[in-house]
Design a protein around this ligand. Structure first.
Ligand code: HEC
Length: 148
């Protein structure tokens, strides 16, 4: 009983400034509405992009440049574009993106292909710099758009 009393006293005594800092952070991203199919295709792509990045970092650490290049090109590069054509039948995620978002998607594919090109040279510092260009394209879109 005494403990409960203490607990209440502490809760009631939370100063207004602290209470404000407990509010959820604001979300300034633009909401992009997509039907279920393109949204789930995009989500599956995103999960694979993250897994691919993880593999690439591991490959770079072991100087496996050719493997890193192949993973980037096949799973995120220009060669990965349009892979949903059959399943999506015109309902691919790109169709529902605002122009700036679609452009950011293209930038990501370009950055992945550029990374693949640089990685093949076997220069680790240059490959890492190119990899960061790729992750920068992920960050740019994530800071600007959301789908739910
Ligand atoms: C064209 C915009 C765009 C680009 C480029 C982009 N993403 Fe995303 N990604 C999104 C959006 C939008 C979501 C959904 C976020 C939301 O609605 O809350 C998302 C979600 C994700 C998720 C969460 C998936 C889940 O489990 O729900 C991961 C992981 C992710 N992205 C990884 C990446 C990585 C890694 C890259 C870069 C290689 C990348 N994304 C590039 C737009 C993008």
């Amino acid at each position: 009983m005494y403990r409960t009393f203490i607990a209440f006293t502490v809760i009631l005594a939370v100063p207004p400034a602290l209470a404000e800092s407990l509010a959820p952070p604001q979300d300034a991203r633009q909401l992009v509405n997509m039907p279920d199919l393109p949204r789930s295709l995009m989500r599956a792509d995103m999960q694979d992009h993250l897994a691919a990045l993880n593999e690439i970092i591991g490959d770079l650490a072991e100087n496996k440049f050719a493997a890193a290049a192949e993973t980037a090109e096949k799973r995120m590069g220009q060669s990965s574009m349009g892979k949903h054509t059959y399943l999506a039948r015109g309902q691919g995620p790109g169709r529902f993106m605002p122009d700036t978002m679609r452009q950011m998607g293209w930038n990501m594919h370009d950055a992945a292909s550029e990374f693949a090109r640089v990685a093949k040279s076997g220069d680790q510092a240059k490959a890492l710099a190119a990899l960061q260009q790729l992750t920068t394209s992920c960050v740019a879109c994530h800071m600007s758009f959301r789908t739910r």
